[in-house]
Design a protein around this ligand. Structure first.
Ligand SMILES: [Ca+2]
Ligand SMILES: [Ca+2]
Ligand SMILES: [Ca+2]
Ligand SMILES: [Ca+2]
Length: 178
């Protein structure tokens, strides 16, 4: 069983890698092997619509948590295991989860963070959502989302996304999230 699971995961990874390498090059307009914020925004043109579930033109906190849960749950089994959590901490939301405590979110101690536990955990710590909502209107608009994601994913803070930084977060692109 372990072997089968490993093979399945390796196959998934292989397909994922091929797809994201192609996307990455497509939007790297000046071919310097990294994305500036502009190139990122081009690549994420349809992304905002996926986050804005009720098509109101803004992403509220519920929508934000729905989408971040989907993006963090890499294998789409409706639960975040410790590996997926660690990937998120290292590549996406580590700045906001100052305690980095999987166990704090996993209320029922089943080693999985489900959607409710995710919402409750981030309901107690709104730093992530607030950092995106720069004008403090409790909504994240398209520009705020693009800037927030770009800054989060730029883990080495050099003002660019390289292929690795993008690759760790390509689950936030359509199709993988929901
Ligand atoms: Ca909305
Ligand atoms: Ca999962
Ligand atoms: Ca749990
Ligand atoms: Ca706002």
């Amino acid at each position: 069983m372990k072997f089968l699971k490993g093979t399945f995961f390796a196959t998934l990874m292989l397909f994922g890698t091929a797809a994201f390498a192609q996307d990455f090059n497509e939007y790297d307009s000046n071919k310097d092997d990294k994305w500036d914020e502009n190139e990122f925004e081009q690549s994420y043109n349809d992304g905002f619509n996926d986050w804005d579930k009720d098509k109101s033109g803004d992403v509220n906190e519920d929508e934000f948590l729905d989408s971040t849960f989907g993006g963090t749950d890499l294998d789409n089994d409706d639960g975040i295991d410790e590996n997926e959590w660690n990937n998120g901490v290292n590549n996406t939301f580590g700045n906001y989860d100052e305690f980095d405590e999987f166990d704090e979110f996993d209320n029922n101690d089943d080693e999985i963070i489900d959607n409710n536990e995710w919402n409750e955990g981030w309901g107690n710590n709104t730093e992530w959502f607030d950092s995106y909502d720069t004008n403090d209107d409790e909504l994240v608009d398209n520009n705020e989302l693009n800037t927030g994601l770009f800054n989060d994913w730029d883990t080495n803070d050099d003002g660019f996304l390289d292929e690795d930084e993008y690759g760790y977060n390509d689950s936030f692109y359509d199709g993988d999230m929901w």
